[in-house]
Ligand binder design. Structure first.
Ligand SMILES: [Zn+2]
Length: 186
């Protein structure tokens, strides 16, 4: 059983209250957790944390971590305070939440927020008004092929038309995990 005596991370409630409102995607939130764990969790404010280390810590791809880390740095939620021994960045969580910025347009349009009408229309037209999993023409919704909760983007490339049944079968799983396959169009 995990025990407080074996280690814990001290975090001000005010930080929790602000981070829960910061509209981070899943990967960004996991990166923030890893940064807390390896800085505050060791009673330090900053540390030399490489992308490879963070990717391993959150069990994600390095490219994905690189992309979401850039978004967190752009938003000033994570700050770079120097360069570490092996050339990796020394980073810190910026607890001054008044300095955090809202997601930029590219972030807002691609990884967060609602899917625009234009994108919705383009995806459904591309898929010829059929569920890409079963071919049904009824009760059509949009599904993120790479799940939104894992950082999947609201892009035409990552969205497919799915009937409500298939969409709920797929849930927040990847294609592999769901056992579903994408049919070719037309
Ligand atoms: Zn279907």
């Amino acid at each position: 059983m995990p025990q407080i005596e074996d280690g814990y991370t001290r975090l001000a409630n005010e930080i929790l209250e602000h981070i829960m409102k910061a509209s981070l995607n899943g990967t960004q939130f996991r990166i923030v957790m890893a940064v807390w764990r390896y800085t505050y969790g060791f009673q330090r404010k900053e540390h030399d944390l490489s992308l490879t280390f963070l990717a391993k810590a959150i069990d994600a791809g390095r490219g994905q971590v690189d992309r979401e880390m850039t978004a967190l740095i752009d938003r000033k939620i994570i700050i770079v305070v120097g360069t570490g021994g092996r050339g990796s960045r020394v980073i810190a969580f910026n607890k001054n939440h008044s300095e955090w910025t809202v997601p930029t347009m590219t972030t807002a349009g691609s990884t967060q927020g609602i899917i625009s009408k234009e994108i919705r229309k383009e995806v459904i037209e591309r898929d010829r008004y059929e569920c890409r999993y079963c071919g049904s023409k009824e009760d059509l919704t949009l599904d993120h092929v790479f799940p939104k909760s894992l950082g999947g983007e609201n892009t035409i490339q990552n969205l497919v038309t799915a009937c409500r049944v298939c969409n709920s079968r797929k849930g927040a799983k990847t294609l592999e995990q769901s056992g579903l396959t994408l049919r070719s169009i037309g």
